[in-house]
Design a protein around this ligand. Structure first.
Ligand code: NAD
Length: 402
């Protein structure tokens, strides 16, 4: 029996287990490790942070996915991996040996060393942090009622990438609730996004990016572009704009300026940059043939642009499908697949609140309500593919018509 250890139950890890366990019964044992006993839809964390969806809507138990005849689940934190000795060190459960390992531990927030960002801004990279943001917003609104200090009504999102834009849209949707708690008119709750770049959403055409910007602004969200954050102090975001230092006072400051791969990658002495390893055509580490690196800890090079593809749920899921096939071939003694992993993005859609969005599907630019419908269909597909019918029925988005 071969032993496959899968680290992380995000899109990449859980999809690998889901596909592989059907194929290797009696030939391999799979051990899945995650610090939580549930999977969550990372792409929807902004909804939990804004309180527009409950956490339960975007999570489901890992136990629902695994087949206990093949897969054992260990709830624990991964400390590091020794790829030479083929061992993984866990915080509570000691050492785990493996024949093959799948490293899929996802992302953490990147602060680029900006002073005070770690200490004074709220991160939104998992369910607990997202719930903490929602609690923080409501507590600030209550504080406003007691103090009448306007800082409690100001919400700041740092960084207007996809995460920041989707979060701003969701916060705008949550605004009537926050205003009610504070006892003010919704327009008094201010939402500001601070962004270093002057041209937002560079992955889209100028026309589509402009549409996205106008859509967000139409929800009474202030977009401060060309504003590079240099420091976050308690209750204050300091930024440089037009060669001047400015600051914005706010009780709620949320950090979405980018991500890096899990710090476990660095701890494990792998060849990495910002927690990401440039993988081989078979999605393995360049130095360790039995170590697969998938999802946000991997950099898959786009041969056309010479740059890595952006890390998304879509590429993570496709990598997992390939890795499961490659593992099956290795377990059967046939070595790696002769065909390399090839990625072709199907498109990208950002939601702005529950009923609007924008993005590209294939070569087609989509806007407004059809884009929001498409985003829900993408989510439903992902739920169905990994979670199966049960999770699809329980957690799917069926409010497609408005
Ligand atoms: P990102 O790196 O894409 O965007 C971060 C933004 O923060 C950038 O616009 C950057 O200019 C800005 N920024 C960085 N430093 C700054 C500073 N000091 N001051 C002000 N602004 C600063 O990060 P993200 O939005 O978290 O996305 C991470 C990845 O996840 C991306 O690949 C993205 O495409 C993907 N994603 C996809 C979706 C979707 O498909 N719907 C949703 C969210 C994220």
């Amino acid at each position: 029996m071969k032993k496959v250890v899968v680290l992380g139950a995000g899109y990449a890890g859980l999809q690998t287990v889901h596909k592989l366990q059907k194929k290797v019964k009696g030939k391999a044992e799979i051990i899945l490790v995650d610090k939580d006993d549930y999977h969550y839809e990372t792409t929807e964390l902004h909804e939990v942070a804004s309180g527009t969806q409950p956490a339960l809507k975007i999570t489901y138990p890992i136990a629902d996915i695994i087949d206990p005849a093949v897969t054992k689940f260990i709830q624990d934190e991964v400390v590091k991996l020794d790829a030479t000795k083929k061992q993984v060190q866990l915080k509570q459960h000691g050492m785990l040996d493996y024949d093959y390992c799948v490293l899929a531990l996802g992302f953490v927030s990147e602060t680029f060393g900006i002073k005070g960002a770690k200490e004074n801004a709220l991160e939104m990279t998992n369910i607990k942090q997202s719930l903490a943001i929602y609690d923080h917003i409501l507590a600030s609104m209550k504080k406003y009622k007691e103090t009448k200090d306007k800082r409690y009504l100001q919400l700041v999102v740092c960084g207007a990438g996809f995460t920041g834009i989707e979060l701003a849209g969701a916060l705008a949707e949550g605004r009537p609730e926050y205003a009610k708690v504070a006892g003010v008119a919704p327009s008094e709750v201010k939402i500001t996004v601070v962004e270093a770049a002057t041209r937002l959403l560079p992955m889209f055409s100028e026309k589509l990016a402009d549409y996205g910007v106008k859509l967000v602004e139409s929800l009474d969200v202030e977009l401060l572009c060309g504003a590079k954050i240099s420091e976050v102090a308690p209750g204050e975001v300091v930024y440089e704009k037009d060669d001047q230092t400015n600051s914005l006072k706010a009780e709620t400051i949320i950090w979405t300026t980018g991500v890096s791969g899990s710090p476990v990658v660095g701890e494990s002495n792998l060849q990495e940059r910002r927690g990401r390893v440039v993988v081989t055509d078979n999605l393995t580490d360049p130095n360790f043939d039995d170590l697969y690196i998938l999802g946000d800890v991997a950099a898959v090079m786009d041969k056309e642009s010479g740059r890595p593809y952006p890390t998304t749920a879509q590429i993570a899921t496709e990598m997992a499908v390939y890795a499961a096939k490659d593992l099956e071939s290795q377990i059967n003694g046939n070595g790696h697949l002769s065909t390399p992993f090839v990625y072709k993005s199907k498109g990208t859609v950002a939601s702005v609140g529950n009923t609007h969005g924008f993005g590209v599907i294939g070569k087609l630019e989509i806007k407004g309500y059809p884009a929001s419908m498409m985003k829900k269909m993408i989510m439903n597909k992902s739920l169905f593919e990994i979670g199966g019918f049960k999770e699809f029925i329980a957690k799917g988005r069926f409010d497609l018509y408005h």
